[in-house]
Design a protein around this ligand. Structure first.
Ligand SMILES: [Zn+2]
Ligand SMILES: [Zn+2]
Length: 263
């Protein structure tokens, strides 16, 4: 498999560092997400952004250490457009393990979040950049041809693909997503869990965290006997996943009143 040939643009806005500190400070007041992992299962945040996304300054090392401290067993990096941030996070995880700062069993799934013609589509288990600006079903085909799994990330969201979630053979649907603040949209995503048209797709959760303190706000409990990248992949393909939310939006709303109540 080829790897990313293009350099992902890091966040270049001069004010973003200050904004990032302010948001993380505010999120810190909301309390830490409580991640509950039943015996023998793994907790995975399948949707994270690093400083290799133009809209995040979270460094891979900080994300890895925080994820591990919260009780997550694995993360997936899905930076916008390019896989470079995910590949760097995989490398940093190996270095932190060598330094005994990260458990040997901690896993990093490389991925990317792609722009289709109508909204975002996630790719997991990919190590190469993929085409964008195509219909979702064509992007799903490209992900499968690259050996990856296709995720309908936050289908009902301003950046989601909406009802086009039914038009392509997605391997997973993100029914709990930390960046969906509108309670009506969050509920629409949850109802996809019972939709027979998506019976073949695993139901997963991911934080979509662009800020360090949002890591783990939504997550997936995975039932696998193999704590390995292949074990995670097999669990998605066999639907042995359940999506969970730490009610990030609710905690934000309660404490800060920052999230508009949409009617
Ligand atoms: Zn997105
Ligand atoms: Zn995202």
């Amino acid at each position: 498999m080829s790897t990313s040939q293009q350099r992902a643009p890091h966040c270049s806005r001069w004010w973003f560092g200050t904004w990032d500190r302010l948001v993380n400070g505010a999120l810190g007041i909301c309390g830490e997400p409580k991640i509950v992992v039943p015996n023998g299962r793994l907790a995975v945040d399948f949707h994270l952004h690093t400083s290799f996304s133009h809209c995040s300054t979270s460094r891979p090392d900080d994300i890895l250490l925080r994820a591990s401290a919260l009780g997550l067993t694995a993360i997936a990096v899905m930076d916008h457009h390019y896989v470079e941030g995910a590949l760097e996070t995989v490398r940093r995880a190996e270095e932190l393990k060598r330094l005994r700062m990260l458990p040997e069993s901690f896993l990093v799934v490389p991925g990317v979040e792609l722009n289709s013609t109508i909204g975002h589509v996630g790719a997991l288990f990919v190590t190469e950049d993929l085409p964008e600006k195509l219909r979702p079903e064509k992007i799903v085909r490209a992900i499968h041809e690259a050996g990856g799994l296709a995720v309908a990330v936050h289908p009902y969201h301003s950046s989601g693909i909406g009802d086009a979630v039914f038009d392509a053979p997605f391997d997973a649907v993100e029914i709990e997503c930390g960046s969906v603040f509108d309670p009506r949209l969050a509920q629409r995503n949850r109802t996809l869990a019972l939709d027979p048209r998506l019976a073949q797709a695993a139901k997963i959760g991911g934080s979509d965290a662009h800020y360090l303190k949002a890591v783990g706000s939504c997550y997936t409990v995975v039932d696998t006997e193999s704590v390995s990248i292949e074990g995670l992949r097999a669990a998605i393909l066999s639907g042995k996943c359940s999506a969970h939310s730490t009610d990030f939006a609710g905690r934000l709303q309660k404490i800060l009143g920052l999230v508009p109540k949409l009617r």
